[in-house]
Design a protein around this ligand. Structure first.
Ligand code: IMP
Length: 200
């Protein structure tokens, strides 16, 4: 693939890091919002991941001339009817993830069905080429029963998400392992395939 510069429209450093790890080897230059001194100001008040990703992508595409990729993602727990879902970032906002993860484990006490998914929707906008397209990625796991006292890697809800692909929590998975099966990796692969198919 020809060298391609895109903006990844998030201020979450961990997500930029993951996306760079996956896209740089494929010939992309990935700029973050802080590289361009931009930020998303519109409230992310849509009811779906795709709706929120579109809000971010459209705002940043208005503010710069590069193609923009934005994602919105979160954890969905079956026994909690999809909670925290689109509220994943805002749930107990301001508290460290150790406290948030503890709170989730308390909500899950006594629940037999511990099935959960990480989901992401990515919206890509290339104004110059008139492209707007959404890519989705899902990965399945179960919520652990205990807080991992020593998560080695990852961020957010990774320490309480036991991946069915990896047979370990995302908190114990190396970056390469997580990138082999994460929701973001799966959506990104669809995005890359789409761009390859359009190479002109
Ligand atoms: P967003 O930045 O509005 O998409 O919020 C996503 C939130 O979902 C993050 O702040 C995390 O709480 C959670 N999340 C999304 N992806 C992951 C992941 O790969 N691992 C752990 N938590 C995640």
């Amino acid at each position: 693939m020809k060298n391609k510069t895109i903006v990844f429209a998030t201020s979450n450093y961990n997500k930029v890091k993951e996306v760079r790890e996956m896209l740089i080897p494929l010939g992309f230059e990935v700029l973050s919002l802080s590289d361009l001194n931009l930020c998303v100001t519109h409230p992310e008040d849509a009811l779906t991941f795709a709706g929120n990703a579109k809000i971010k992508a459209e705002e940043i595409a208005e503010k710069c001339s590069y193609p923009v990729l934005a994602d919105d993602s979160g954890l969905m727990i079956d026994a909690l009817e999809g909670f925290p879902g689109v509220h994943s970032a805002r749930f107990m906002e301001g508290y460290p993830y150790e406290v948030k993860n503890k709170a989730i484990l308390e909500m899950m006490e006594g629940k037999e069905n511990r099935r959960a998914f990480f989901r992401t929707a990515m919206v890509y906008i290339d104004k110059e080429k008139g492209i707007e397209k959404t890519f989705e990625g899902v990965t399945e796991g179960v919520i652990t029963t205990k807080l991992d006292p020593k998560p080695l890697h990852g961020f957010g809800y990774d320490p309480i998400f036991f991946s069915l692909d990896l047979n370990k929590t995302f908190g114990q998975a190396t970056n390469e392992e997580k990138d082999s099966c994460s929701h973001r990796a799966r959506a990104l692969m669809k995005f890359v395939e789409f761009l390859k198919g359009r190479e002109d």
